[in-house]
Design a protein around this ligand. Sequence first.
Ligand code: GAL
Length: 426
Amino acid sequence: MNRRYLAVLAAVLAVGSLLAACATPPPEGPAAPSGSVEIFSWWTAGGEAEGLEAMYEVFAAEYPDVEIINATVAGGAGMEAKAVLATRMQAGDAPDSFQVHAGHELIDSWVVADKMEPVTFLFEENDWLDVYPPGVIEVLSSEDDIWSVPVNIHRSNVMWYNKQVFADNGLTPPASMDEFFDAADTLMAAGVTPLALGDSGVWVDLHLFESLLLAELGPDAYRGLWDGTTDWNGSGVTGALEAFAMAMEYVNTDHSALSWDQAAQLVVDGDAATTVMGDWAEGYFKSVGLTPDVEFGYAPSPGTAGSFIMLSDSFGLPKGAPNRDGAIAWLTVCGSKAGQDAFNPIKGSIPARTDGDRSLYDVYLQSAMDDFASNEIVPSLAHGAAASEGWVTAVGDAITLFVADLDVEAAQAAMAQACVDAGVCQ
Ligand code: GAL
């Protein structure tokens, strides 16, 4: 793990670390679990649902006396699930364990609110402190405790493309946004949608936008957006918004009616050439029978080679989990090599542990492992790593308006204000 990565993770967590003061030590050690355990997530799409099922199978083999209740709320990036979860937690109706993004989403939303038990004891009992990168532990920590168990590392800034469509049009993956727009013109002339977008959930716009921000700003200035050292009123953000506005001329007309996986399906069908999506799209492509580097290709989203926008899915132990022992059993599987090596090759993510069995991972995922080890690591906005939920929502509101009116100036002003409101910018 390189020092830059540690530095960015430390910055991501700085606010949460200051605020989380209410840790109480957990009761020690699990008893033999039984009964049922409710696992709450948003993994219902192709790839992610099968990955979760594979981890359930590992659990069932190890804990045959515990029945899993698969409590999923459909909707990419957990937009709907997080709302349902918040209502349940408010009502004192916590599931036994729930999916949560590492970083601000975990710390600012749940740890600060004193809704979680620390899981440091699981890391100690299972010797996990030796098998997780220190930077990953840090992103899960505040106040000297660890607050959830990560199952994976995902990459946000990937451009997936239909290899046949590219070959038919004499294209290679564009390395910059300028090259992308050149390729897009060629594709338009051939009657193919250049960029598939499924932004029925605003997070998909945020997802595309974070890649455009990174392309415009580079990794250092992109990081600076989240600690107030990069000016939201500056030319980098203007350039990213202008690129976004231009990209909207090349997307499918029904984008606002589609989900991320329906957009991915346009690429599968050859109706669209590319989509910019996290590598859960790899899980989706494989779930419909495609093979990486055969039917579909992948490249860093244009202009972002050498940088890796990271996020991590994790599971936590809410206070008041009805079946605490069952939840601990689940978390033990989530953190195990067997659990991660069953889940991630199907999910389209790489293990959060450093000792995953590389031979189980396909050519794309091996390349992601290599990039994670060597690239500049920067946090995802759209998936809970870079900024607090309130800030993400405010940027999302600005993007929602922007998609409708493409008013760069107004969107940039709203985003600059969101940074001020988050208490990060002056
Ligand atoms: C992300 C999550 C991924 C994947 C994706 C689409 O937020 O981290 O695991 O599920 O949403 O639902």
